[in-house]
Write a protein that binds this ligand. Structure first.
Ligand SMILES: Cc1ncc(COP(=O)(O)O)c(C=O)c1O
Length: 416
């Protein structure tokens, strides 16, 4: 075995992984220019790209309708408003997610209550969800984390039994499905980010979808200043512009093919690392009724099996030319915006009973906290990443595991 690159050896790969989103086609550039030259730069000015994208995206998801807005965070906010979430309400949110899933609840004036993830997985634990329900719970937010749909049979059963709305944060899961149904319409309302890094990428943008016509209608009114001058309803202007709509309409035609490539990439690497010590797929084995899209490929790191900490391990794999990152998300219940309880919704009279329960702090979601702080490793598998990169990733991980003794020696020396 050659020396590890972190210790001065030759790396497995000497070319960087291709970046995502990697390319724009001439056709994509063409529709953006067309929108620009049309003179109708927003829907209110008669633009047609945005409405066409909304129709196409709704049909692709199997939804009754779709409403675009200016970001994924806004889409979650709009989705919450569309199912009637506001001051005095609690919304249960998984502890493992990007913090906008939680801050969007605050922006709607309600209180996020964080619930743990299922051991060995990265999605909401239905048991923890049920345990977090109070008489103030209005909705649960299901995040299909990293593009793997959550356990919707169990979550829907609990939500139905308690009369709780289901809001899906599908920001990682464009095109993923559960029992043949696409994310976004598995619950009452779905929110997608179409920000730069996402599976459908337009720079900044979001989409809200629903199978309920009245929810679509409420979402559409909310993004349009609450519905217009005659309604008496307050709302911001969150609309998306025509150039983004044009790009989204064109780019969505390649998402299904790209998702197939993501799955092939994930299958290739997961087969390669299946029997190795120290790393384990998250989740281990995906049931046939779930079709993931692998926004991120996640491995759980087991420090005790290899005797080095996660950072040393991921530094060593990265030195081999494979961008296996560690610890991207912090547990939401520990972030200051929640833990310090200074944002305006925490100060509202209606929310005082929730605040008084002492919702946050270390130890509230032990599975998620341990996973995020010690065990989480993430690799991007978006095309044009393909077999060649996946073989390199497998070889780099194996090489580091075989050479782990030299890294443990180094950690021990550094500790002196
Ligand atoms: C799970 C999740 N939800 C929500 C968002 C927010 O999306 P945006 O950045 O478009 O506001 C993100 C973005 O990274 C995300 O990963």
């Amino acid at each position: 075995m050659s020396d590890l690159a972190l210790l001065g050896g030759t790396p497995v790969r000497d070319t960087p992984f291709p970046e995502w989103p990697a390319y724009s086609t001439e056709e994509e550039a063409g529709v953006v220019l067309d929108a620009l030259r049309s003179g109708h730069l927003c829907g209110a000015a008669g633009g047609t790209y945005n409405p066409a994208f909304e129709e196409a995206f709704a049909s692709w998801c199997g939804a009754t309708g779709a409403v675009t807005c200016n970001s994924g965070s806004s889409a979650i906010h709009v989705a919450l408003e569309a199912v009637g979430v506001g001051p005095g309400d609690e919304v249960i949110v998984p502890v493992y997610t990007y913090y906008a899933s939680g801050t969007s609840v605050l922006v709607a004036g309600a209180i996020p209550v964080f619930a743990d993830i299922t051991p060995g997985e990265s999605n909401l634990d239905p048991g923890a969800f049920e345990a977090a329900i109070t008489d103030r719970t209005k909705a649960v937010m299901v995040v299909h984390a990293d593009g793997v749909p959550a356990n919707m049979d169990a979550i829907c059963e609990v939500a139905d039994r308690h009369g709780i709305s289901i809001v899906e944060d599908c920001s990682h899961a464009h095109g993923a499905s559960y029992r043949g149904i696409r994310t976004g319409i598995l619950g009452d309302v779905g929110a997608f980010s179409i920000q730069h890094k996402k599976i459908l990428s337009v720079g900044e943008g979001g989409v809200v979808v629903s199978k309920h016509p009245e929810v679509v209608e409420r979402a559409r009114a909310f993004v349009n200043l609450g519905g217009g001058t005659d309604t008496g309803v307050l709302g911001p202007n969150l609309r998306m512009g025509e150039m983004h709509g044009a790009l989204a309409l064109k780019r969505m035609t390649r998402v299904d093919d790209e998702n197939r490539q993501r799955r092939d990439n994930a299958d290739c690497l997961l087969a390669d690392v299946a029997d190795l010590p120290g790393v384990r797929p998250v989740p281990v084995g995906i049931p046939d009724h779930i079709e993931p899209v692998y926004y991120n490929l996640i491995l759980a790191y087991e420090p005790d099996e290899l005797g080095i900490d996660r950072k040393t391990f991921s530094d060593a794999v990265q030195a081999e030319g494979v961008p296996l990152r560690s610890g991207f998300y912090k547990p939401l219940n520990l972030l200051p915006v929640f833990a310090e309880q200074q944002a305006w919704p925490y100060l509202l009279e209606e929310n005082k009973p929730s605040v008084a329960r002492g919702l946050y702090g270390p130890g509230k979601c032990p599975v998620g906290e341990a996973f995020m702080e010690k065990g989480h490793l993430e690799l991007k598998v978006h095309p044009p990443v393909g077999e060649r990169e996946m073989w390199g990733a497998g070889a780099a991980i194996k090489k580091v595991i075989e050479g782990v003794g030299s890294l443990a020696d180094r950690e021990a020396r550094d500790a002196l």
